[in-house]
Write a protein that binds this ligand. Structure first.
Ligand code: GLN
Length: 441
């Protein structure tokens, strides 16, 4: 059987191809020479599956799509405080090349506009690197996100530098406010080189998938940036990634995203996929016309809007039933899925409401695949309170999904592999094989 996803993508591209509005970016002469009809789309899942249609292996320059990744590198290399002291996180609601600086401090409003991105470039790598080594650090970092060695397009880089008056003006402003501390031209030079790195739609989807996959490249397995940095970058992409169209994008598409003036567009949906499209004609905001249209379609066809999540919390308590009878009976709360705060609240609610009359109570985690820290603490607190109410509490956890299951403070749980092991001993099929362990008082 052929996969359904490339066929879907090919069909979506076919309908987007009828859009011929928009203009090539011509303020960088080399970009005006691009073939305006190029069109491609790629999905890369966090498991490393890649699906594409159209021009997915055509190289073009990354341009502003480098900004969230360079921001990620600066945050990893210098720490949050050092970066936030120089670049804010407020949407500017203005064009990408606007001189949007915070009044008073001169700090660029966010790292997605040029003022912020020029500053971020200067913060990549450890302090004291030479400008060339710093640019190398950025290109290395972009390559790690993509999972292959990337290189700049010299012609585009030179072409942009010859006309970089606006970015130079921005950099001089930044220098006058002390946000940049070195020669403005040198920094713009490095930033322009960063923007001229060649990528394909396939590379961009993999870079986005690395963000969606908590900072680990799904194919190479390399952790490129730490998780707190991923959260910061995706948040800024969500609020500022599409410049003065960010609000429209957040409501219509609802995926953290970034566009570039060579026609690339990426979206990173946390925990699910990285998406990239490529089509060079741009709308007045500098975003790819067909790319925006494709993302709107992908989001609505596949329910990818970040604010529209499936009703998962309800189903966390799969069953609340009694195994065995009489004094041997065990009350079993059978849980399932991935459990976060809202799911753990369901467990608390169930335990409070059912006030189990049985002495033995088992919390069955056999069908649970993940418990985050808050859910772990809430469920252990439930077991502690059950102990204090006179219950004998069991945690059925054959895969050790619950780390450190000690409820503390008077709580006591016995971890077993099966519900049967929570029954008094004659029921236990093979007590010798049980790895029952008791935690707590
Ligand atoms: N290198 C381009 C610039 O600085 C990037 C702009 C963009 O892609 N939006 O103008």
């Amino acid at each position: 059987m052929r996969s359904v996803i490339p066929d879907y993508l090919a069909e979506a591209l076919k309908s987007a191809a009828s859009l011929t509005s928009g203009e090539l970016a011509d303020y960088i002469p080399e970009l005006a020479a691009a073939d305006p009809e190029r069109l491609g789309a790629v999905f890369a899942t966090v498991q490393g599956a890649v699906y594409g249609a159209g021009d997915i292996d055509t190289e073009f320059t990354i341009q502003s799509i480098s900004k969230p990744f360079a921001y990620a590198l600066a945050l990893s290399d210098r720490g949050f405080d050092a970066v936030l002291a120089r670049v804010g996180v407020e949407p500017s609601g203005e064009a990408f090349n606007e001189v949007s600086l915070e009044s008073g401090t001169g700090r660029p409003l966010n790292p997605m506009i040029n003022a912020g991105a020029i500053t971020t470039h200067s913060l990549a790598g450890p302090e004291g690197l030479t400008p060339a080594a710093r640019t190398e650090r950025v290109i290395d970092g972009l390559s790690a996100f993509a999972g292959r060695r990337l290189r700049p397009d010299e012609a585009v880089c030179v072409s942009e530098m010859e006309h970089a008056h606006r970015n130079l003006a921005i950099a001089h402003m930044l220098r006058s406010h002390g946000i940049l501390t070195e020669d403005p031209r040198t920094v713009v030079d490095g930033y322009t080189r960063q923007c001229s790195v060649l990528v394909t739609a396939r590379d961009l989807a993999m870079m986005a998938a690395t963000l969606a996959n908590r900072g680990v490249n799904p194919l190479s397995g390399e952790r490129v940036i730490p998780e707190p940095v991923v959260r910061q970058v995706l948040s800024v992409m969500f609020t500022c990634g599409m410049y003065d169209a960010a609000g429209d994008w957040a409501t219509q598409v609802g995926i953290p995203a970034k566009s570039g003036v060579a026609g690339g567009l990426i979206g990173a949906l946390p925990g699910q996929i990285g998406i990239a499209t490529f089509s060079p004609r741009l709308d007045p905001h500098g975003n790819s016309v067909r790319g925006v249209c494709l993302f709107e379609r992908f989001s609505s066809d596949m329910g990818l809007h970040l604010m529209g999540v499936p009703p998962a919390a309800r189903a966390v308590v799969r069953a609340n039933h009694v195994v065995g009878s009489g004094p041997d009976a065990v009350r079993v709360f059978q849980l399932q899925g991935g459990i976060g705060f809202a799911g753990a609240e369901r467990v608390v609610h169930e335990a409070v409401e059912s006030e189990p009359p049985e002495t033995r109570v088992a919390v069955d985690l056999t069908m649970v695949y993940a418990i985050d820290d808050v859910a772990r603490r809430m469920i252990l607190e439930v077991t502690r309170r059950l102990t204090l109410d006179g219950h004998e509490v069991y945690l059925v956890d054959p895969e050790s999904i619950m780390p450190d299951p000690d409820p503390g403070d008077g709580g006591r749980v016995t971890v077993v592999d099966t519900v049967e092991q929570a029954l008094p001993s004659p029921h236990t099929a093979d007590p010798g094989r049980s790895r029952a362990r008791t935690y707590g008082a």
